[in-house]
Design a protein. Structure first.
Length: 240
C-alpha cells in the first residue's frame, strides 16, 4: 500500500473546515469560538502544507527511469566511485615548460707565468756558488774543485749557460756598470787594491751586502762583505 502526502493548501484548508464542523456538531460552539478554532486550524493546515512541500522536494529530484518517484534515502548507484590519487589537468590546459638553463662556462685555470730566464740563470749561479764554499783558492784555476777569483765567477755562471772570460778585467768590460746602491743578487762586485787599470778582484753578490768569492792564495771560497778588502775601491757590474 503506497501512501501519498498531499501538499495542496486547498486540501488542508478543506480538511480544517471539516474538522470545525464535526466539532460543532459534537460540542456546541458559539460563533466567536468557532471563528477562533477555524482560524487556528487553517493556520495549522498552511504549516502542514509547507511541511509536505519540504518533505517531497528531495524525493522529486530522484525520479527513476520509469517516471516514478523514489525516496531520496533509498537512492543507490551501481557504478563504483573511484577516487584518483593523481589529478589530471584538462586537455586544453597548456603545459608550463621551464625555461632552458644556460650552461655554466668552464673557466680554465690561468697558466702560470713563464719564469724569467734571467732570474733562473741568477738562481742557478748562486746555487752553484754555494755548492763550492770551502773549495781552495788556486791561481789560474777555474773549477770545479779549485778556483781563482775570476775562474770562480766564470764557473758558477757557466752552470747557468752563460760564458764569461777568465779574467777580472774582461768581466768588468762584459758587464753594465751600476751604482752600489742598486746591487742585486747575481751582480758582480769588483775591487781595485793596487791602483787604476783593470780590477784586481771579482766576486758574486748574493744580497745583504755580502758576496761569495775565492779571495787569495791560502784562502778558500767563502762569504765576505763587499768591503772585505781594506782600502780597496769597490764597483759593481750587471750582466746584460
Amino acid at each position: 500500500m503506497r501512501w501519498h502526502l498531499h501538499s495542496s493548501p486547498e486540501f488542508h484548508s478543506g480538511l480544517a473546515q471539516g474538522l470545525v464542523q464535526s466539532l460543532s456538531l459534537r460540542f456546541p460552539l458559539g460563533p466567536q469560538r468557532r471563528r477562533r478554532l477555524s482560524a487556528a486550524l487553517r493556520a495549522g493546515a498552511v504549516a502542514a502544507a509547507f511541511a509536505c512541500l519540504l518533505a517531497t522536494a528531495p524525493a522529486a529530484s530522484a525520479r527513476s527511469v520509469a517516471g516514478e518517484y523514489t525516496p531520496a534515502a533509498t537512492l543507490t548507484t551501481e557504478a563504483p566511485v573511484v577516487f584518483s590519487e593523481t589529478a589530471t589537468a584538462p586537455a586544453d590546459t597548456p603545459l608550463i615548460t621551464p625555461p632552458p638553463v644556460a650552461p655554466v662556462p668552464v673557466t680554465e685555470p690561468a697558466a702560470a707565468p713563464a719564469p724569467d730566464p734571467r732570474q733562473v740563470a741568477i738562481a742557478t749561479a748562486i746555487e752553484a756558488a754555494i755548492s763550492r764554499i770551502g773549495s781552495p783558492y788556486s791561481y789560474g784555476s777555474a773549477g770545479p774543485w779549485a778556483f781563482d777569483c775570476s775562474g770562480f765567477t766564470r764557473w758558477v755562471y757557466q752552470q747557468a749557460g752563460i760564458v764569461l772570460d777568465h779574467f777580472s778585467g774582461a768581466q768588468w768590460a762584459e758587464t753594465i756598470h751600476i751604482p752600489l746602491d742598486q746591487l742585486q743578487p747575481g751582480d758582480l762586485v769588483f775591487n781595485w787594491g793596487f791602483g787604476g787599470g783593470a780590477p784586481d778582484h771579482v766576486g758574486l753578490y748574493v744580497g745583504d751586502g755580502m758576496m761569495i768569492h775565492a779571495p787569495n792564495s791560502g784562502g778558500s771560497v767563502r762569504y765576505d762583505s763587499i768591503w772585505w778588502w781594506s782600502g780597496a775601491s769597490v764597483a759593481a757590474g750587471r750582466l746584460p
